[in-house]
Design a binder for this molecule. Structure first.
Ligand code: GAP
Length: 492
């Protein structure tokens, strides 16, 4: 797919999400608050399904993982100990020409290939790391060649190019920037009536710290033995400098985090196990495995606390991007909180008869990114049948079945309503009798509803209804009394 087609696929997903009640722009009637989103009737159901499936897989189905729910506002010392006050920053620069403010690693280097003279640019943050090429600046004016670097030309593949400029603005191309300033991504607020700096606290930028500071409380209450995990789902806030791609990067989002505590000498083994297990989970919720990949962080990208980190990436319409990070955080977090709080966050190993600081393997996934993944992976256009379809797995689908009378007469609406009432207490279902039957099917296809149950004239004669399957369009007749069991069997 070309860049334009991919862009238009994103636009189509955004407009479907609004039309069908999945996702709305926050505060839309006031012009919207950028990069904040509200979730509509189908959106909340899909999020609930994502979170429930995660919780079942991580907590309910395992003997050695327990859950918790910590507060969003925490003691400011938590963020000093965790390193967020000092390190959770982005270097920002301003372009003196066009006044664009951007993260230094989003700046670009302009290059000219020494072989074919192709001019192209590479993001500052990708030099030395993974190199990706964007389209060249057509209006590039070559200054004196500054230096030679080994940078593969996207056209002829030659591994030597002239670097034409220092870091330049990605918007206007000028290499006329201010010195970088560190910008902390944590949202600040004040605790109580006083607004002085002594009362400054933060909205949590990750849920993980709520788990670390409760390590002793939870492990004592649960009488946990290593290896064991503590899981949490909750909101996190980051004053992101660049927000793009719909709900992929927003300022308020939700995380699903597992902190799995292990003996320090076992962290590598558990890191590998969790990577496999998390990749499998995305397949289990219906994501096409061709669109999933693992990517190991280079040493220059690792967060301040991690020894190793592997991302699960998804091939979004805008390219491969991180869905979740699985990090070997070693003993960093507990040790920092021991040092800063003076509390004993150690574990007594009865076999070895010693107190140890456990290491931690973390799986940190985003609810919003998983939701975008689920929607993007499910979206397709069925040209042959002139419809747009969200092929959500029945387990993820917000509405499991829709019940229709074929026409609004001859007792069909009454019979259909009875079936709807029977199903309603057991499954999320919808009743619809407005518009032609074709339009009603198409509405449900777009909403991702896997099954439609239709009452027609034959129902009035023999008590059977049709069940239509969304993707194959296959229809079977079953007795209306069996509708609930049939839908349940198909979901499972
Ligand atoms: N506790 C580790 C941690 O927070 P992270 O890589 O910064 O690690 C983990 O974030 C996950 O949280 C990401 O993989 C992503 O799914 C989600 N996430 C992070 N920042 C986000 C943002 N601004 N908008 C939406 N999701 C975000």
């Amino acid at each position: 797919m070309s860049r334009n087609q991919n862009r238009s696929k994103m636009d189509k997903i955004v407009s479907l999400a609004k039309r069908r009640g999945y996702i709305f722009q926050s505060s839309e009637i006031y012009g919207g608050l950028s990069s904040c989103y509200d979730y509509g009737p189908l959106g909340v159901e899909l999020r609930k399904n994502i979170k429930e499936t995660w919780w079942n897989d991580i907590v309910t189905s395992r003997e050695n993982v327990v859950g918790m729910d910590s507060s969003i506002l925490m003691h400011p010392k938590v963020w000093e100990a965790s390193g967020h006050v000092e390190n959770f920053t982005d270097p920002l620069v301003d372009c003196k020409q066009c006044k664009n403010r951007f993260r230094l690693d989003k700046g670009v280097h302009k290059f000219k290939c020494t072989n074919c003279n192709m001019k192209f640019h590479i993001k500052e943050g990708q030099i030395g790391g993974r190199k990706k090429y964007r389209e060249c600046f057509d209006d590039l004016t070559a200054s004196e060649p500054e230096s030679y670097v080994n940078s593969t030309c996207p056209r002829c593949g030659k591994e030597e190019s002239i670097i034409l400029d220092k870091v330049a603005c990605p918007k206007c191309g000028a290499a006329d920037l201010t010195d970088p300033k560190q910008f902390n991504l944590m949202f600040k607020t004040h605790y109580g009536a006083s607004e002085d700096s002594a009362h400054r606290i933060y909205l949590r930028p990750e849920t993980a710290q709520g788990i670390f500071v409760n390590f002793a409380n939870v492990s004592n209450a649960a009488r946990a033995k290593l290896p064991f995990g503590i899981a949490q789902i909750g909101k996190a806030f980051r004053n992101e400098v660049t927000t793009r791609n719909f709900i992929f990067r927003s300022r308020e989002f939700e995380q699903m985090e597992l902190e799995f505590f292990v003996r320090p000498d076992a962290s590598e083994k558990w890191h590998k196990e969790w990577i496999e297990s998390r990749l499998e989970w995305y397949k289990k919720i219906g994501i096409n495995e061709k669109n999933l990949q693992l990517r190991e962080h280079g040493s220059d990208e690792l967060a301040h606390y991690a020894k190793a980190c592997v991302d699960v990436e998804y091939k979004f319409p805008f390219g491969w991007a991180e869905l979740e990070g699985i990090a070997d955080r070693q003993t960093y977090d507990l040790q920092q909180h021991i040092d800063h709080s003076g509390n004993k966050l150690t574990y007594y190993d009865q076999e070895q008869e010693e107190h140890i600081v456990p290491a931690v393997v973390e799986s940190s996934a985003g609810v919003d990114r998983t939701m975008l993944t689920v929607l993007a992976d499910a979206y397709w256009e069925d040209e042959a049948n002139d419809r747009v379809v969200l092929s959500l797995s029945p387990q993820m689908a917000p509405i499991k079945a829709a019940v229709f009378p074929l026409v609004n007469r001859e007792k069909m609406p009454e019979v259909a309503r009875d079936i709807f009432e029977d199903l309603k207490g057991h499954l999320p279902v919808e009743y619809d009798d407005s518009g032609s039957i074709g339009r009603r099917y198409r509405r449900q296809d777009e909403a991702g509803t896997p099954f439609c149950i239709t009452v027609d004239s034959q129902t009035l004669e023999d008590g059977t209804v049709t069940i239509r399957e969304r993707d194959s369009l296959e229809q079977v007749r079953i007795n209306k009394e069996h509708a609930l069991q049939e839908i349940r069997d198909r979901i499972n």
